[in-house]
Design a protein around this ligand. Structure first.
Ligand code: GLU
Length: 317
């Protein structure tokens, strides 16, 4: 176990926090801020801090390595080797099998277009699955399977939602109740879906605290409901505000120098970047992750306004 920023060692039974990036590109300041918050939140509460590379979806080659290098550069340390999500295929399949045996899955033959065109059914929250394939009889299933096979397509597997809604606890939002979708657990291409893998792998890594961007807040009730179905205590959540560009869209390349490498090219040191992130969190003159760790207390973190961090195009320091 590594020495933590506080200089203390977490007791062995301590839970764990984590950061679980998808290796789809280089981190921007917003991703780095979320990673720092996840690290501080875990370490401040005596937890271990683990990484997981969520590479079951789109992957950009070399991206995971660069992401890890950025985390190390800004002074984040982690316990254990990062878990590579694609190495967990057997566990994802085992969870699907368990759910299938308990009647909690159903095959879905819908294309994206079918779902769009079905529109919103009564009592179905906007954007949620309209229920088309939920209760088909076996003869219809046989026919739909054959139709798909003729098009070289396969059904996806969806969760039979165990409850219409679920409540999670979020340290910033308090108790948060949201609808549980019949969400996809195995995609039509056979790959495990994010919502399955995240729950199975968080449980495997002993994660009991999830700090992540608040774009995922609405996914938390479904993920917690799935965790409970799989016999796992759902984690507590901390959904932190995202970083946006001046246009109000998510921070991105078009917003100028927002990645560490681009900032260095403008003359920013790593310490300058941390100072910039720190000032967005109400901490002035932080020069290292350790400074941030020392200056932020959990009360102050909880009191952060729940509004996005607007990043104006950074210029030379
Ligand atoms: N891999 C997801 C992402 O990078 C985050 C998943 C999570 O934190 O639950 O957006």
């Amino acid at each position: 176990m590594t020495e933590r920023a506080s200089g203390e060692r977490a007791p062995l039974e301590a839970g764990a926090g984590r950061f679980a990036p998808s290796p789809t590109g280089d981190f921007h300041l917003g991703n780095l801020r979320t990673a720092l918050l996840a690290w501080i939140w875990a370490r401040r509460s005596g937890r271990r801090f683990l990484l997981r590379i969520e590479d079951i979806d789109r992957v950009r080659s070399g991206s995971a390595e660069r992401q890890l290098a950025d985390l190390a550069e800004i002074g984040i340390d982690w316990d254990d080797e990062p878990l590579i999500q694609t190495s967990r295929a057997d566990a994802h399949e085992a969870a699907l099998k368990d759910l299938a045996e308990r009647g909690m899955l159903f095959e879905c033959y819908c294309s994206r277009r079918d779902i769009r065109e079905a529109g919103s059914a009564p009592h179905v929250p906007p954007g949620h699955y309209p229920g088309t394939c939920l209760d088909l009889d076996e003869a219809t299933r046989e026919r739909r399977r054959a139709e798909l096979a003729a098009e070289h397509r396969a059904p996806a597997l969806r969760l039979r939602a165990p409850a219409p809604e679920w409540t999670v606890f979020d340290e910033l939002y308090g108790p948060y109740t949201g609808p549980v979708d019949h969400f996809v657990l195995r995609r039509a291409d056979g790959a495990p879906a994010y919502n399955l893998a995240v729950v199975v792998d968080d449980a495997h890594q002993g994660i009991d605290q999830v700090v992540r961007g608040d774009d995922l807040l609405t996914q938390a009730p479904g993920q917690a409901a799935l965790a409970a179905l799989l016999g796992v205590t759902p984690p507590t959540y901390v959904h932190v505000p995202l970083a946006l560009g001046p246009s109000g869209e998510r921070l991105a390349k078009r917003d100028g120098a927002v990645r560490l490498g681009e900032l260095h090219a403008l003359g920013w040191s790593t310490a300058d970047a941390i100072g910039f992130i720190g000032s967005s969190l109400g901490v002035e003159r932080a020069r290292s992750a350790r400074d941030l760790f020392d200056a932020l207390d959990l009360g102050a973190l909880r009191a952060l306004p729940l509004k996005p961090w607007i990043v104006e195009a950074p210029a030379a320091p």
